[in-house]
Design a protein around this ligand. Sequence first.
Ligand code: SPV
Ligand code: MN
Length: 585
Amino acid sequence: MDKKLEALNNARVIEVINHYTALCKPAKVTIMDDSDEDAALLRTRALEGGEEHKLPMAGHTYHYDGIQDQARDKAHTKLLLTEPADFGFETAYMDRDEGLAEIEPLMDGIMAGKEMFVRFCCLGPTNSPFSILALQLTDSAYVAHSEDLLYRRGYEAFRNARDKDDFFVFVHSAGELVDGVSKNVDKRRIYVDLAQNRVFTINNQYAGNSVGLKKLAFRLAIARAHREGWLAEHMFLMGAHGPNGRITYFAGAYPSACGKTSTAMIPGQSIVGDDIIYARVFDRELRAVNVERGIFGIIENVNAIDDPEIFNVLTHEGECIFSNVLISDDGVPYWTGSNVEPPASGGKHYTGRWTPDMKDVPVSHKNARYTISLEALANRDPVLHDPKGVRLDAIFYGGRDSDTSVPVLEARSWTHGVLLGACIESETTAATLGQEGVRKHNPYANLDFMPLPLAKYVADHLALAQKVDHTPKVFATNYFLKKDGKFLNHKLDKKVWLLWAEKRVHGDVEAIETPVGFIPKYDDLVPLFRSALGKDYSREDYDAQFTVRIEAYRAKFQRMAAIFAKIRMPDAFMDELNGQISRLG
Ligand code: SPV
Ligand code: MN
């Protein structure tokens, strides 16, 4: 037997590997430990197999996903359930036995002629009460390479594990490749087997589909957190830097295109993570960790002015995988909104050859991405790998609307905050397909990933109040208010909202009570605009931004009431919603 496997002394790991080797029939099985040599081998294999290509800048590579494999495949991502469930919202699921019966034949021989990489990872910091071990089998060196940038290595953690049976299992195959790209996308399936903490994902490469440890593990983790009484959230985690060196940790849930990564990257603050957290109570204190150790971020609009830290990483030596961007003939990546003109000669593109006269085809795909390690960021918070996590003092729920919500608002209580999270809406923009200005309801920015009825998830949040001495303060943000078609705020104003919220956590400033929650006093924002942004802040701007639009808010909460009337939500939640509506009356 392979020496690395033998040293693990874990019968279940061997059983899983044997089972899927027999089913997927790879030509070769390579067991990987936490060594840099094994990590380097993956990088070599990704280049040899044509899934990645080297760029002149040291450490940089690029990857293309197939034309039809550029985003999460919601229709084919299904929960396998042993009995039908009413989730309270539309979710893709199917009968577990039927799902397994469908996918097993599709997996039969799917790795023929390929090398299967067996990797051991740890979700959350290692040697931590937050750690969840994960066993990954994949025939894609690109996927394995991405995972090595995004997740902590866990071979040693497996070796030292006390409960040898307790780990998540992910089996991925890119399937047959043509020019380094998955060919059989019509046979793409992503099935989440909650009953056995395992996920099968086949015939895809886009990391949101293929990287089991990201949104697929996240679904397993939410279900597990529900069973065990903790929280797994689609949230960033960051340190807000207040007066006298004070650091206050904020988490934040935002639907896509609502400012999540840019909030986590606000200048002068420190980032712990940009996508997923686990939060647990120890000694009546809520603590949180970043599940990941890297960023799989949207590259569009990353430029030197708006995202200097990330732009810096993307334009300097160091490890980075670009996906679905333009690559010029001299090997320079270009993307939409970078403020850098692509060359007249164009270059290689996910659609083939691209030249600037192809006005209908964007320089990079809207969902084109970069994959980097958090270690590369100058503003990374040093607590990233702390097994104890950080004390979570505040939560941001970010929505996007042009006409309703004030830029920042503090919830009246924990329960009111739970309501605000459940009522997140994001308005579609001209840039996304479909009609502009359509509001999409996305409770906790988690709708796509919810593996259990919303009412149960909400009940877990409400119950937190009894488990801790101090619940985090909750804030709702909206960076997108408009007047006469123009944004009322500048992109960097969010720094002021964050620093104001930081002061509220510590009781440094008062606030104005309104029917929807607490808003900042003008006099407290003026010095923050001055010190944080070097700007004057006018009374007119304040009035335009912080006027509480009662009618619009009332319409919003009535929309929510219509939705929640159809779901059996906890009584305390419905009382809060009804109280909100009557206060607005
Ligand atoms: C998201 O869409 O929320 C992401 C990217 O973070 S994905 O990995 O596709 O989920
Ligand atoms: Mn996400």
